[in-house]
Design a protein around this ligand. Structure first.
Ligand SMILES: NC(=O)c1ccc[n+]([C@@H]2O[C@H](COP(=O)([O-])OP(=O)(O)OC[C@H]3O[C@@H](n4cnc5c(N)ncnc54)[C@H](OP(=O)(O)O)[C@@H]3O)[C@@H](O)[C@H]2O)c1
Length: 288
């Protein structure tokens, strides 16, 4: 059976990886990029190149969009208007839940199905078992195109609300940035004492892997609102130690700006009488 033709709008690092996965999956793939030269390599691999976004959209009923941000998506899609009618747009551009819902309403107004997505991978991971992607929007449209989307990585459909995929995407990326902030601070700290980052890396990796085990238990505390039962590392204890983080940064001449905020939150929570609780209690300060 012939494979579904797919159009890809946007050939940055990620769009190129997506288009390549489609080509490897045997799909007739039409590509467009604002800077046309970025399509040249894919053309030698079998992609059909379109001179305009309109021409690219006309080539396929399934249109994958992967641009820098929603402003660029709007700039590219808005002039196309009715040309999108009857097509399914899968937008894998990073954005907010509100942006996704607004774009979904705009697409519906132009007779297009719209699926929003978030990519939990870097470009070299696309098409490998390490990649997973989040989707939300019409379950029927997702089911119709799932076999194509599975070429990018493991697909997770999170429901009809178009805001759900970017919500999860931003949540997962927020946790990643928290981890990366700590890693950068750790390396700055050891470097300030003449220790190479590479000397610490094996133990740091081991420590982060061990601590990632807290994710499920934290979720249970936050969902139940019980931050106090069976606590093994109270906020009071952690807050008392936190002065050493800012103190060592000061002594070693490095900025504490990546880690200081959580110390301030701990101090506030202890001052409010919650020192006996787990670190999870900080979430109440964030949502108050
Ligand atoms: N790379 C990653 O690790 C990664 C991982 C997960 C998710 N993502 C998300 O995937 C999306 C694309 O990322 P990327 O890595 O491919 O970024 P990128 O390499 O910087 O590419 C950006 C793309 O957007 C296009 N673009 C920017 N402004 C435009 C405009 N006003 N009109 C038309 N096209 C415009 C660029 O076209 P030109 O070539 O003409 O500049 C290019 O195709 C982003 O939303 C990103 O957050 C990326």
């Amino acid at each position: 059976m012939s494979k579904t033709p797919v159009t890809v709008l946007g050939l940055g690092d990620m769009g190129t990886a997506l288009a390549r996965a489609l080509l490897e999956g045997g799909h007739p793939t039409t590509v467009w990029n604002r800077t046309a030269a970025k399509a040249e390599a894919l053309a030698t691999e079998g992609a059909l190149t379109a001179a305009t976004a309109g021409e690219a959209v006309a080539a396929s009923r399934l249109v994958v969009v992967c641009l820098l941000d929603y402003d660029s998506v709007r700039q590219v899609l808005s002039p196309l208007g009715e040309a999108l009618a009857g097509r399914t747009v899968v937008n894998l551009t990073n954005g907010t839940p509100r942006q996704a819902r607004d774009l979904a309403a705009w697409a519906a107004g132009h007779g297009a199905e719209y699926i929003d997505g978030g990519i939990m991978a870097v470009p070299p991971m696309i098409g490998t078992p390490a990649a997973f992607l989040l989707y939300s929007g019409s379950p029927a449209a997702f089911a119709a195109h799932r076999s194509v989307l599975d070429l990018f990585g493991e697909s997770h459909h999170l429901g009809e609300d178009h805001g759900r995929a970017p919500l999860y995407d931003l949540a997962l990326l927020s946790a990643m940035y928290g981890m990366f902030s700590g890693v950068l601070h750790a390396y700055a700290l050891v470097r300030s004492d003449g220790v190479a980052a590479g000397d610490v890396a094996p133990l740091l990796g081991r420590w982060l892997t061990a601590m990632s085990g807290a994710v499920d238990g934290y979720a249970q505390r936050i969902d139940s609102g019980d931050h106090a039962t069976g606590v093994v590392s109270t906020i009071a204890m952690q807050s008392a130690a936190f002065g050493n983080f800012t103190g060592s940064a000061r002594d070693q001449g490095i900025s504490p700006e990546l880690i200081a905020p959580i110390g301030a939150l701990m101090a506030r929570r202890v001052a409010a009488g919650h020192g006996h609780e787990d670190l999870t209690g900080l979430v109440e300060l964030l949502t108050a």
